[in-house]
Design a protein around this ligand. Structure first.
Ligand SMILES: Cc1cc2nc3c(=O)[nH]c(=O)nc-3n(C[C@H](O)[C@H](O)[C@H](O)COP(=O)(O)OP(=O)(O)OC[C@H]3O[C@@H](n4cnc5c(N)ncnc54)[C@H](O)[C@@H]3O)c2cc1C
Length: 337
């Protein structure tokens, strides 16, 4: 039932204003399509939620979109610098964006168009009819959960923002990625008692090479406890239970940071009719980013296959241009309305 909600007409709707959604908008602007981004929070929301004092591992030119220069004071951008860059790009290039509006459903219509349903923060619902949809919803809203008892306790978080609240606290970090290593270093600096629990045999190959020696030296000095081949099996209000080849160990604990990565929301895609491959990844053409549903494209991390970290800004920023190239060919054949 459409009720009395008026329908707004658009050529292209982009769902998500992350770096890859913005890059897609810039590429589509070149075709004079004036795409509309609908973003459930605000521009580059995921980056705004990253650890407050984080520095990207990429150099700034590898994070640039639309060929717009990104220069920073140090060799790697800070979170603040990236926020300022993407925000300025959006403002200066007049990218159309509705913030704090969540796309709840994309419906296919008989003639090949789409009805995009959304809800604003106030609860107002909107309807848009468009020719094409670019899904650029990322993964940050969907942390990988552990599925163990106690995960629902208040002291457990899947996100790390800053170390200060953990001073003198006993903190268990679950995971062995850059996020886990960076958080452990920050926590150690503020006087937290840190144990890193990781199921891997040794340090992951992707750990930033300039960070690892510092981390290892703190482990060797006994200032951070690093447990390999170990997993947390139970989280209790004042402890965590760890299991490894030596058996089970209960550690006194105040907080748990489960930094175990993220995964894209596949249900949103299947709801539009996008099929999933055997490994659970969406079906799409890697040259055009078009899915099996004609007119529905993927941009950014949402297009990653099994490993969510195979697409990142450095690589996902090109998706928008491939999408624009594909649409340009179609427009030559059949000009836009
Ligand atoms: C700590 C950390 C450090 C990183 N460092 C680097 C680095 O140095 N270099 C690099 O290249 N990559 C890095 N990455 C990865 C990079 O940040 C991500 O790959 C990037 O954010 C992906 O961009 P995206 O546009 O695909 O998705 P996102 O940035 O996640 O954007 C998706 C947007 O979609 C919105 N959204 C979701 N669902 C809806 C909906 N239904 N309706 C409307 N809006 C919706 C979200 O609010 C969000 O704003 C890092 C990641 C982390 C976690």
């Amino acid at each position: 039932m459409l009720g009395a909600t008026p329908i707004q007409s658009e050529h292209v709707i982009i769902v998500g204003a992350g770096p890859c959604g913005l890059a897609a908008a810039l590429a589509l602007q070149q075709l004079n399509l004036h795409p509309l981004i609908i973003e459930s929070r605000n521009i580059v929301h995921s980056i705004s939620q990253y650890p407050v004092y984080m520095r990207f591992f990429s150099t700034p030119e590898l994070l640039e979109i639309g060929g717009i220069p990104f220069t920073t004071s140090g060799d790697k951008p800070t979170r603040q610098e990236a926020l300022a860059y993407y925000r300025t790009v959006m403002l200066r290039h007049n990218i159309r964006m509705n913030a704090y509006e969540t796309v709840t459903q994309v419906e296919r219509e008989a003639g090949g168009t789409f009805l995009v349903h959304s809800t604003e923060r106030s609860g107002i619902t909107n309807l848009y009819r468009c020719d094409r949809v670019v899904v650029a919803t990322g993964y940050f809203d969907h942390p990988n959960t552990l599925g163990i008892p106690g995960e629902e306790l208040d002291k457990v978080s899947h996100f790390f923002r800053e170390a200060h609240p953990y001073t003198r606290m006993k903190v268990a970090i679950i995971g062995g990625s850059n996020s886990a290593i960076d958080a452990a270093l920050e926590l150690e600096r503020v006087g937290a008692e840190v144990t890193v629990i990781y199921r891997g045999e040794g340090y992951a190959s992707g750990i930033k090479p300039w960070v690892l020696p510092l981390f290892e030296s703190l482990v060797n000095k006994g200032r951070i406890r690093m447990l390999f081949r170990s997993r947390v099996v139970h989280i209790e209000p004042a402890s965590v239970t760890i299991e490894n080849e030596e058996g089970e160990e209960k550690l006194p604990n105040d907080f748990v940071l489960a930094l175990t990565g993220f995964h894209p929301d596949r249900e949103f895609l299947t709801g539009i009719g996008v099929t999933l491959e055997e490994d659970g990844s969406p079906t799409f053409n890697e040259s055009t980013m078009e899915t099996n549903v004609p007119g529905v494209y993927l941009a950014g991390v949402v297009a990653s296959r099994k490993q969510a970290n195979e697409v990142f800004i450095e690589t996902g920023r090109y998706h928008g241009q491939w999408i624009a190239n594909h649409i340009a060919i179609q427009m030559e054949e059949k000009p836009a309305r």
